[in-house]
Design a protein. Structure first.
Length: 399
């Protein structure tokens, strides 16, 4: 057996059997400075059930973990809550080990997506939203959570334990020896927020609907087990409450000034705008795209009242990092933002309007035509930056 984390019992007869990825630093474009985990769970009941697998490279570790509790061949069925490969990559290895004919439960879209992805003739058993399954002592309920965050996503709820396997929802990219919220305290919340801001933000309306649906169904939770990071057992209500708050995106008196710079002119503009915002009592910070990762910037954007974007004009266009960030932010659909653009340039200055166009496409309220300054900002130029900062501060204060 390897030296990986051993299984951990999270409720009587229900085990965490996942893997810790200490080394991952880039999760499809999201900076995972503290790694992540791929959580897989084993329910020991009359029907021994595995919930989700792990990333392909960790499949042997998963099987070793399971073997510490039971011979994997004795697993009766697998439930796949989500097709994305960090949870399904281990399926071929697991199915091969436990027996290719064992039932594989998933949503209807999961059936479609898993079949398409793996091209394997597994024994698929698509389940309905609200469908139930008896394992012996326990009963499971399946909840379709389409587009949270893939079309195939679903949750699995254990009625007797009031325990929810929530797939990607309520997760965090955090690798550590801690497995539970009570071992982390408040320190886990920034990881949960970053995860929400970069993975779930665009589905905020669906999250609010789901919380309503679950409340109407009268479901309550003792434990929430996401597929990444720690398990919420001390206070599962805390992360649900945080999701409702984050989904609302209520703007704070806060501004994020995002920029890149070639010869420091755009930097000078950014810092002058930030200084003016600060003087007006706004929580503001400049974020240089070559010092700050796009996913850390999005974590700041989520509750900001204003998002101000600056770029040098390069080859009649935007600086590449600014284009990258605007594309990323647009996909995540932040809402309730004031927007403004600024740029420096040598002879054409298209960057400002290009930023404005993107901010308009994101439905930001553009409160100023923007500011463009040729070459190096002089005293007057810096004063104009100051005025722009003040104007933004006044508008934020009125939100
Ligand atoms: Fe953790 Fe959508 O996969």
């Amino acid at each position: 057996m390897g030296e990986q984390m051993k299984p951990i019992e999270i409720a009587k007869g229900i085990y965490w059997v996942g893997a810790i990825d200490w080394n991952i630093r880039d999760f499809h474009g999201y900076s995972t400075y503290q790694g992540t985990t791929y959580n897989s769970y084993l329910i020991m009941d009359k029907k021994i059930t595995l919930i989700d697998t792990v990333k392909k490279e960790f499949a042997d570790e998963l099987l070793e973990n399971i073997s510490r509790i039971v011979d994997p061949k004795k697993i009766d069925c697998v439930i796949s809550n989500h097709t994305e490969m960090d949870h399904s990559g281990g399926l071929p290895r697991v199915m091969h080990k436990i027996g290719e004919d064992k039932p594989l439960f998933c949503s209807r879209m999961g059936h479609k997506n898993l079949s398409h992805h793996f091209q394997e003739k597994w024994n698929y058993n698509p389940v309905e939203d609200g469908g139930e399954m008896n394992l012996g002592r326990r009963n499971l309920v399946f909840l379709e959570t389409r587009m949270l965050h893939w079309p195939d996503s679903m949750f699995t709820y254990v009625k007797e334990d009031k325990l929810l396997f929530s797939s990607d929802a309520f997760g965090q990219h955090y690798a550590g020896l801690e497995r539970f919220d009570d071992q982390m305290g408040e320190a886990i919340m920034p990881h949960a927020l970053k995860y929400f801001a970069n993975i779930l933000l665009l589905y905020s309306p669906l999250i609010l609907k789901l919380v309503d649906k679950v409340t109407e169904m009268g479901l309550s939770f003792n434990t929430i087990c996401p597929d990444h990071g720690i398990i919420w057992r001390k206070d599962p209500g805390k992360i649900i409450k945080a999701y409702v708050e984050w989904s609302d995106q209520k703007p704070k008196k806060k501004a994020v000034v995002i920029y890149d710079t070639m010869w420091q002119s755009t930097k000078k503009m950014a810092e002058a705008i930030v200084a003016a915002l600060g003087e007006e009592g706004v929580d503001a910070k400049p974020m240089n795209l070559r010092s700050c990762h796009r996913s850390d910037i999005m974590t700041e954007v989520i509750d900001a009242g204003a998002v101000i974007v600056g770029s040098p004009t390069l080859n009649n266009g935007l600086f590449p990092t600014v284009s990258d960030f605007l594309t990323y932010m647009k996909g995540l659909r932040p809402k309730n933002k004031i927007g403004a653009a600024f740029c420096s340039y040598g002879w054409s200055g298209e960057a400002m309007n290009l930023i404005n166009k993107e901010l308009e496409a994101m439905k930001f309220e553009i409160i100023d035509p923007g500011l463009k300054i040729q070459y190096v900002p002089d005293k007057e130029g810096l004063q104009a930056c100051h005025e722009l900062g003040k104007k933004i501060a006044q508008r934020i204060s009125g939100l």
